[in-house]
Design a protein around this ligand. Structure first.
Ligand code: NAI
Length: 338
């Protein structure tokens, strides 16, 4: 259906819609929840990504405005907007990568788990659409609580018979971005030169920075370790409190989402040696899902790396993390199975 915000189908245009139909090389990316606090800057940054040829912006509100606005940027990607459930299937069909920041964010005093009741249903509906319209796409799931929404997505895909564990990735990049920043501050380094693996999950004590494996190699005093671990685990809450009711991290999250999506696209293109942390189906611990470093390739998370040597502090942290994670994973699975 022709859509005013799609401009590309106007009869005056020569070769109307030819770029959108795949005339240009590059990947087709859809953002679900594109009009939100994360979705808008994420759409802006993806429109600037040279690997993207087609960008679909889907939301249940406000996509015409966001799409019209973004579509005026003179970058390569062709942008189209989709509004409301009846346009979900058109938004998804033919896509290579789906990024999902749809759902409600935290307010002060809320944990990510408090979002479960609303966001679980949203993620279920969106994933049913993905299973139907683009079952081979890579999925980057941002909606919280990630520790439960990833298991929900997996169950939806299993039910539909389309589940490929390599292609379902919970986005934990913001934890790594924060860890790199905070560690660089303590060490007096440029954050671009610092790399901190963050494993476990994406909520409170399940966020486990491996400070013993920081690059460049360095050591921390017990006070520094305690300060950094807490600050990384509470980074989201720091933003929620500072925003004082206006939501959670959106700008740094959009940055992190694009960092991760770009890594997925470079991997899809065939680039070698792309390693990022993500919350994925895993055999690294006894839990069915776990965040750790993964090697991204054409099929998604092609290899999930072991945690490597942990120090005593990290081993204790891991035990705490696993306890909470197990319950969050089970909660997600039961939501679909019941
Ligand atoms: P927001 O409320 O500003 O935006 C959410 C958007 O989702 C809205 O535009 C809303 O209309 C849309 N939406 C609601 N139901 C939908 C549906 N059924 N289909 C499509 N779109 C729908 O929230 P914000 O700040 O953008 O956060 C979004 C999610 O991302 C929240 O769940 C938040 O907790 C999560 N988040 C995850 C992080 C991570 O590191 N993985 C970091 C920060 C936030």
């Amino acid at each position: 259906p022709s859509n005013p915000q799609m401009g590309l189908e106007h009869p005056i245009l020569r070769q109307a819609d030819c770029r959108a139909k795949g005339g240009a090389s590059g990947f087709k990316v859809a953002i679900l929840g594109a009009a939100g606090g994360i979705g808008q800057p994420l759409a802006l940054l993806m429109k600037m990504n040279p690997l993207v040829s087609v960008l679909h912006l889907y939301d249940v509100v406000n996509t015409p405005g966001v799409t019209a606005d973004i579509s005026h940027m003179d970058t390569g990607a062709v942008v189209r907007g989709f509004l409301g459930q009846q346009q979900l299937e058109s938004a998804l069909t033919g896509m290579d990568l789906i990024i999902i920041p749809a759902g409600v964010p935290r307010k002060p005093g809320m944990t990510r788990d408090d979002l479960f009741n609303i966001n679980a249903g949203i993620v279920k509906t969106l994933c049913e659409g993905i299973a139907k319209c683009c079952p081979n796409a890579i999925v980057n799931l941002i909606s919280n609580p990630v520790n439960s929404t990833v298991p929900i997505a997996a169950e939806v895909f299993k039910k539909a018979g389309t589940y490929d564990p390599k292609k379902l990735l919970g986005v934990t990049t913001l934890d790594v971005v924060r860890a790199n920043t905070f560690v660089a501050e303590v060490l007096g380094l440029d954050p671009r030169d610092v790399s901190v693996p963050v494993v476990g999950g994406h909520a409170g004590v399940t966020i486990l920075p491996l400070l013993s494996q920081v690059k460049p190699p360095c050591s921390f005093t017990p006070e520094e370790t305690e300060y950094l671990t807490k600050r990384i685990q509470d980074g989201g809450t720091e933003v929620v409190q500072a925003k004082a009711g206006a939501g959670s991290a959106t700008l740094s999250m959009a940055y992190a989402a694009v960092k991760f999506a770009d890594a997925c696209l470079r991997a899809l293109r065939g680039d070698a040696g792309i390693v990022e942390c993500a919350f994925v189906a895993s055999e690294v611990t006894e839990l069915p899902f776990f965040a750790s470093r993964v090697r991204l390739g054409r099929q998604g998370a092609e290899e999930v790396y072991q945690l490597g040597p942990l120090n005593e502090y990290e081993r204790l942290g891991l035990e705490k993390a696993k306890k909470e994670l197990e319950a969050s994973i089970q909660k997600g699975i039961s939501f679909i199975k019941k």
